[in-house]
Design a protein. Structure first.
Length: 277
């Protein structure tokens, strides 16, 4: 007897993600059964972009505008999404995370083949710096995952006995009425293909902590500039959704621009060795 096809709902909580949210949704839309999108007060073109994609996929995408959301409400919204999810699995998809076909196809194959003891899938990702062609190279050993690299939970089995708790990016899935998290090392499966995590690129015209001026005005932006200088080239094809939308030209231009600005405005950072393969 063949296994029943596993269904998937993508959970996407966004705010001011106009530069990449369209790519993020399009990179997975053909592989999931539904996409729940909660906007938390975007003031750029994010909502308009999602609405346009919704017109193409009216039976798949559900957009709800939640208004301004403080950090304490983040797990509440995640819990609301969980309660609205009727599929076998749900996927965490941020507005700055773009998947390759090989990556999302691998995940779908795995979900349709894993046994019931697997509750979640962890995915590796590239932390892009400067452009979509380079990644932060200091992939330290992670004790929790028992391996080197950037990993994060991205597919979780939908169960009636789990709930979200916590504060903003530290919110976690727990089994109800216990202090036991869903993320047990005994119930994990590691995917092998990376997705593109673009949090260190300019995600919106409203973003004040990236390369909008080219000059590091605060500690957060200095960190991004430093990441750019110690990045390394990604030696595999970029996500397919980028190819026909001009990202290649824009990204390369931004990379050159960033480097010139750094040489002019941040000479101390230039002294650092640049790691490109």
């Amino acid at each position: 007897m063949e296994n029943k096809r596993q269904t998937i709902t993508a959970h996407c909580i966004i705010k001011n993600e106009e530069n990449f949210v369209g790519f993020a949704i399009r990179s997975v839309i053909d592989y999931v059964d539904k996409v729940l999108v909660f906007d938390t007060g975007s003031t750029d073109e994010t909502v308009s972009i999602v609405k346009k994609i919704t017109e193409e996929f009216p039976n798949k995408i559900v957009l709800e505008e939640k208004g301004e959301c403080d950090k304490t409400k983040h797990s509440t919204l995640r819990q609301e999404m969980l309660e609205k999810t009727k599929t076998d699995w749900f996927m965490l998809l941020d507005g700055d995370e773009v998947w390759t076909k090989r990556g999302i196809e691998e995940a779908v194959v795995v979900l349709n083949g894993v046994d019931e003891c697997i509750n979640w899938l962890a995915s590796p990702y590239y932390l892009c710096v400067g452009d979509v062609y380079h990644t932060y190279y200091k992939e330290k050993f992670d004790v929790f995952y028992n391996r080197t690299g950037f990993y994060t939970p991205r597919f979780i089995r939908n169960r009636k006995d789990i709930e979200w708790r916590g504060y903003y990016e530290q919110d976690t899935l727990y089994f109800k009425d216990t202090d036991k998290t869903v993320y047990s090392p005994k119930s994990i499966y590691f995917l092998t293909n990376h997705y593109w995590h673009l949090t260190h690129l300019s995600r919106s015209s409203k973003d004040q902590n990236v390369y909008t001026s080219g000059i590091a005005k605060n500690r957060g932006e200095k960190k991004r500039l430093t990441y750019f200088l110690i990045g390394r080239k990604i030696n595999e094809p970029i996500p397919e959704v980028f190819i026909n939308d001009g990202v290649r030209i824009v990204s390369l231009a931004r990379s050159v621009y960033n480097f010139i600005i750094l040489m002019l405005k941040q000479p101390k950072l230039i002294i650092r060795k640049i790691y490109y393969k």
